[in-house]
Design a protein around this ligand. Structure first.
Ligand code: G
Ligand code: G
Ligand code: MN
Ligand code: NA
Length: 256
């Protein structure tokens, strides 16, 4: 497609950037890591968000090269944040990347080139890639199992928006549930109903030994609710918007 062609040229011309959004532990209110979010920054134009080019990258297969680039960049940017502050970095990976026969090698390469330890890296995947019988899901599970053996963590992104059975949470190689932002109550919502859903997810995660991260936390009320329900970590505009690496370095400074 035309978007894929333009994107291929943009990757070659170094027009992609990775921004970082803080993830805060509710226990201690500390920034313990960041999520890497790719941007396309055409010269002289406004940055373009991933929703407008990731689908074309996936359809064309360019996502494999683009994903390698994001992973390498994120590991390189995060290595000093980890060395100085113990921070981790979460990187989104698409189903197409997980299906590459040498995916585990690609992750090893990014870690080795950057010096970032595996334990400082989280891979964010969508629940769809793990469910269903068949060689695709089996290969993905084998890859994630191999990476967890070197300390890499696996997070289910947008949790609760899929349609899969809950049995997979018990049996699959995962560490973290990221609760989709649509579960947080907004003023026009049924607050009691939304709260019950978040509580159910947090309780389920805890009973399975999984860490919870709430996404889309925009208000103090959200943070207070999540703290009360026992959610482990929060991410959203209240804590910080995605920002370039240079601005992110300051996010880890200890509070005075
Ligand atoms: O940055 P923004 O909040 O607009 O991100 C929108 C979505 O794009 C995210 O939810 C995430 O799933 C996806 N996304 C962002 N960066 C990447 C990336 O590097 N690779 C993939 N596959 N998806 C990404
Ligand atoms: O990986 P994921 O699809 O969850 O990426 C997060 C997306 O949500 C990004 O597009 C990011 O810019 C956006 N986002 C991050 N924090 C907030 C927030 O507090 N509110 C809303 N509405 N969107 C957010
Ligand atoms: Mn994500
Ligand atoms: Na998400």
């Amino acid at each position: 497609s035309r978007t894929a062609e333009q994107l291929r040229a943009a990757l070659a011309a170094d027009e992609l950037a990775v921004h970082y959004q803080p993830i805060v532990a509710l226990d201690g209110n500390r920034v313990i890591g960041v999520e890497a979010l790719v941007r396309w920054c055409p010269p002289g134009g406004a940055p373009i968000g991933p929703d407008r080019f990731i689908p074309a990258a996936e359809a064309s297969g360019l996502i494999v090269a683009l994903g390698d680039w994001v992973l390498a960049r994120a590991c390189r940017d995060a290595a000093p944040w980890h060395a100085r502050h113990g921070a981790g970095v979460s990187v989104n990976v698409s189903p197409r990347q997980l299906a590459e026969p040498d995916f585990v090698c690609r992750v090893h390469r990014a870690l080795e080139a950057s010096g970032l330890p595996g334990a400082a890296l989280t891979l964010e995947i969508t629940e769809g890639v793990l469910v269903g019988a068949g060689p695709q899901a089996e290969l993905t599970i084998a890859h994630l199992t191999a990476l967890r053996a070197i300390g890499v963590r696996v997070a289910i992104d947008d949790f609760g928006t899929g349609y899969s059975s809950l049995a997979y949470l018990r049996d699959l190689p995962i560490d973290i549930l990221k609760i989709d932002r649509s579960f947080l109550p907004h003023s026009s919502d049924d607050v009691a109903g939304q709260t019950a859903l978040v509580r159910a997810i947090v309780d389920l995660a805890r009973s399975l030994g999984l860490i919870t991260v709430a996404e889309g936390v925009e208000t103090e009320e959200h943070a207070e609710l999540l703290r009360r329900l026992g959610c482990d970590r929060v991410q959203g505009y209240l804590l910080g918007r995605p920002a370039p690496a240079a601005a992110t370095a300051h996010a880890f400074a200890p509070e005075l």
